[in-house]
Design a protein around this ligand. Structure first.
Ligand code: 5AD
Ligand code: SF4
Length: 460
């Protein structure tokens, strides 16, 4: 899921400002939070880049488009640097890890570059540069978990100017041991390293203490957590520990890999009341031939059997996914198989992308006969199908009672609130309710579907 975000804060006159622009996934959002925390002593977050003394761009290289955005942003920052002498510009995240020195060479005006394993070095790199050293680059891998300051910075990464801590994202592992042939993550994030259970628990407790009701555990293949720890810890054992923390009301995780979804996970997800009724499980393709070429070590039957097992236990479980269209060698028939699988699963939502060749990946060297137009056309067909499916899924909620965690203001209606159902669907209230506040978990009746959301009324 690719999202961009800025930060919104009130500025104090006495402290220099830091502005972080985050591209890409929730893992990057988490890292940006940590960076605010790392810099918290010396810098205050500012919402406007023109007030910043330090600008960090947390980059994404999952697809070509995300990477291009970095270079256009660096161009704009060079202009700003001329107006604000002394302003420091840093590049971090996946493109930084991948390109290292090249960013300093070609990205003119960049003062520091640090990779995905070197966040804790950032302040010293900035200091060295401020003291007159050459542009600094740190992109070494680590074999162990890089423990960063525990907890969360007092900064809002959403765009609407509110500080909501109702949901907290917590990274539980970094990197990936798979080698999907299209994917650059194993290069930019390195092999998988799991974080100690105790650290995750401590962070979850801190989250609860600052008002979180919902914890989202993050990892590239989140369900292979713990296999590298001594002694081994299973992902389900971690879920049990988090579920046992008083004050944690809801638990989500993203993204599980189908290959590692075993019976214990299905059992826990379908029986523990704190586990949200939603799973985001990347499919990538519905064709076995393409799954094989992608080096995804499961086939459509396995994917379908996981969905069946979940839905037979929890009929209202929401299923969302990621799909790539136009992978090298994808025929009309392969594509049809993906559409067919969508019909079988009835995804509540999906994030779909056209294949983007990434440097150094196996798929980048495969013969790619489809034109960009053909890929775009397939994507459009798939997305239209998904829109219809999403509309049907949303309409099926009308009249039903749902549990909502209130997490924000309703941006379209003064004085009203909104929240998320256990299925992760946004639900808007369109009248203000006396006493209802952000952080409440309430029952609501669904009144009507909107394009991507639901409208509901509070049940007292
Ligand atoms: N091209 C297109 N999409 C990609 N993804 C990962 N790598 C590529 C690529 N090279 C998609 C996958 C993944 C999501 C985060 O991004 O669907 O699940
Ligand atoms: Fe990339 Fe595959 Fe690892 Fe996901 S599981 S991060 S797609 S290599």
């Amino acid at each position: 899921m690719e999202r961009d975000s800025d930060n919104t804060q009130q500025v104090k006159p006495d402290k220099p400002g830091v502005y972080i622009h985050t591209f890409g996934c929730q893992m990057n959002e988490y890292d940006s939070q940590k960076l605010y925390k790392i810099f918290e002593k010396e810098y205050q977050p500012v919402s406007d880049v023109t007030q910043a003394d330090l600008v960090l761009i947390n980059t994404c290289s999952i697809r070509d488009k995300a990477e291009k955005k970095l270079y256009s942003m660096l161009g704009e920052l060079r202009g700003l640097k001329r107006e604000r002498p002394g302003m420091m510009v840093g590049v971090c995240g996946c493109v930084a890890q991948q390109e290292g020195e090249n960013i300093v060479k070609y990205g003119r005006g960049v003062d520091v570059v640090f990779g995905t394993h070197n966040l804790s070095l950032a302040p010293s790199l900035v200091q060295l540069r401020k003291n007159g050293a050459a542009p600094q680059v740190a992109v070494n891998y680590r074999e162990e978990w890089e423990e960063l300051p525990l907890g969360f910075a007092d900064v809002d990464l959403t765009k609407n100017g509110q500080k909501q801590h109702v949901t907290s994202f917590i990274s539980i592992s970094r990197g990936c041991n798979k080698s999907c042939s299209y994917c650059i993550v194993p290069t930019t994030r390195g092999p998988e390293v799991s974080r100690a259970v105790e650290e995750i628990e401590r962070e979850a407790r801190i989250a609860v203490h600052r008002g979180s009701k919902e914890i989202v555990l993050l990892g590239q293949t989140v369900n292979s957590y713990g296999l590298d720890l001594q002694p081994r810890v299973s992902f389900v054992a971690l879920l049990e520990r988090i579920a046992a923390i008083p004050g944690v009301e809801r638990i989500r995780f993203t993204s599980p890999h189908p290959q590692e979804v075993r019976q214990d996970l299905i059992d826990f997800v379908s029986s523990n009341s704190k586990m949200c009724r939603h799973i985001h499980m990347p499919l990538q393709s519905g064709s076995d031939r393409i799954l094989k070429a992608m080096n995804r070590n499961y086939r459509r039957d396995k994917y379908l059997s996981i969905i069946d097992a979940l839905k037979s236990r929890v009929p209202d479980m929401a299923i969302t996914t990621d799909i790539i269209v136009g992978f090298p060698g994808e025929t009309e028939e392969d594509f049809r198989q993906t559409l067919d699988l969508m019909d079988l699963v009835q995804f509540d939502n999906s994030y779909s992308f056209t294949f983007s060749p990434r440097p150094g990946t196996a798929a980048a060297a495969m013969q790619d006969l489809l034109s960009q137009d053909e890929k775009a056309e397939r994507l459009q067909v798939l997305q239209r199908k998904q829109e219809e499916m999403t509309a049907r899924r949303l309409a099926s909620w009308v009249g039903k009672e749902v549990e909502v965690l209130v997490d924000n203001r309703n941006l379209n209606r003064e004085g009203c609130l909104q929240g998320r159902t256990s299925q992760n669907v946004m639900l808007n209230f369109d009248v203000p309710y006396e006493g209802l506040k952000i952080g409440d978990i309430v029952k609501a009746r669904v009144v009507a579907p909107k394009r991507f959301t639901l409208q509901g009324e509070l049940i007292r």
